[in-house]
Ligand binder design. Sequence first.
Ligand SMILES: NC(=O)c1ccc[n+]([C@@H]2O[C@H](COP(=O)([O-])OP(=O)(O)OC[C@H]3O[C@@H](n4cnc5c(N)ncnc54)[C@H](O)[C@@H]3O)[C@@H](O)[C@H]2O)c1
Length: 380
Amino acid sequence: MSGITKLRAGVVGTGFIGAVHVEALRRLGVEVVGVVGSSPERARAKTLAPVLESYNALLADDHVDVVHLTTPNHLHYSQVKQALDAGKHVVCEKPLAITSEQSAELVELAAASGLVHCTNFNIRFYPQVQQARALVADGALGEVWNVHGGYLQDWLLLPTDWNWRLEPEKGGTLRAVADIGSHWLDLVQFVVGRRVESLLADLGTAIHVRKRPAREIETFAAADDVERVDAPVATEDLAHILLRFEGGARGSLVVSQVSAGRKNSLRFEVDGSQGALAWDSERNEELWLGHRGRPNEHLLRDPALFARDARARTGLPGGHAEGFAETFKELYRTVYGAVAAGGPPPEPDYPTFAAGHWENVLGDAVARSNRERRWVEVIT
Ligand SMILES: NC(=O)c1ccc[n+]([C@@H]2O[C@H](COP(=O)([O-])OP(=O)(O)OC[C@H]3O[C@@H](n4cnc5c(N)ncnc54)[C@H](O)[C@@H]3O)[C@@H](O)[C@H]2O)c1
C-alpha cells in the first residue's frame, strides 16, 4: 500500500463515472491532483477536487503519474495518445476507442511506451465474480458447456430520454452493445477463461425518433422542462447475440437499454458437466451454485469462505455490504500496484488496453453479423 499512496492522479471528465474514479482513488490514499472538465466552470461546480484549467495543463504537471479518462467515448483515442506521449500511465474508460483501428493503434503505442495501461472493466472486480472465476478454473463446474445471461437497463426507455451515447459521432456506431454488452462479454470471458470465437447477432431499435433536448445534459440527469427537437436514432436499443467460445462452449446474451424496471441488471449463468453458477449485479453479494444431486447453494460474500483471489478483492467481513464503488477501488489497487512497481507485470491481473481492443473487435463482428444476417468468425 505504501507505494500506492505516493502516487498521484489526474481525472479527465467530471460526470457520473468521473466522480466514482475520484472517490475510489482517495479511498486508496492516492492524491487526486486535479480534475479537468469540459470547461473549468463546469468542473468547479462539481466540487470533486482542485480544477485544472485544461487537459494540456494536466499533462504538463509533473506531479501527475496516472491519467484517468472518463470523457465521452469519441474523446478517448486522442486523449490516450496525448497521455502516453506525455509519459503518463493511463486508465481509460470503456470503450477504449470508437473503432477497432483506433484501439489497435492504442495497444501498440501503450506496449511500446512501457507505461501501465488499463481499460476500466471494473465489473471483473466484484468479489463474487472473482470467486466464480476461481471455481471455474478449479474445475468445480467440470467442463463448461453453456454461458448465458444479459445486461438490461431502462434509462433509455422513454422517447424523451437522451444522452450523448445516442449520437454515433460521440458514442460510436454501436450503442447498447458497446456501452453495456461489452461489460457482459468481457466479464464472461474473464470468468470462463475462454474467448468468443464466432457469433450471430440481431440488433434492434425500439424507438426510431427521440425527443432530443436542445441543450446538452449529463448521464442519468433529469431533464423535464427543456426545449426538444426530433432526432432520428441510428443505433440499437437492444440486441440478441448467440456465441461460440473456444473449446466449444455455447452462449447467448440479451442486451437492452429499454427494459422497464431493470436499472442495471447484469446477469450471467455458467452451466458445466459437474454443476452451475449464476450471478446478478443487482444482488452482487450472492453467488448461486447449482447442483444435480444435492440442494443448491447461495454463497453470501464472506472472505473466510472465498478462494484466495476473491479474498484479496474484498475488504469487509460478510454481511457488511460492498458494491459498485468497491470494484473501482480494487481495480485501481492492482493498477497502481503495477505503477508503483515501475511498469506492467508480465501477466497483468487487471484489464489492459488489449481487453479494450478485444471488445471493439467483438463489436465489429456483432455489426457485421447483424448487417449480413449470418454467423461470423471473430477476426483479429
Ligand atoms: N465502467 C463503468 O461502469 C462505466 C459507467 C459509466 C460510464 N462509463 C464510461 O465513462 C465515460 C463517461 O461516461 P459518463 O456516464 O460518466 O458520462 P457523463 O456524460 O456523465 O460525463 C462525461 C463528462 O465528460 C466531460 N467532458 C466532455 N468533454 C470533455 C473534454 N473535452 N474534456 C474534459 N471533460 C469533458 C463532461 O462535461 C462530463 O462531465 C464513457 O466512456 C462511458 O462509457 C463507464
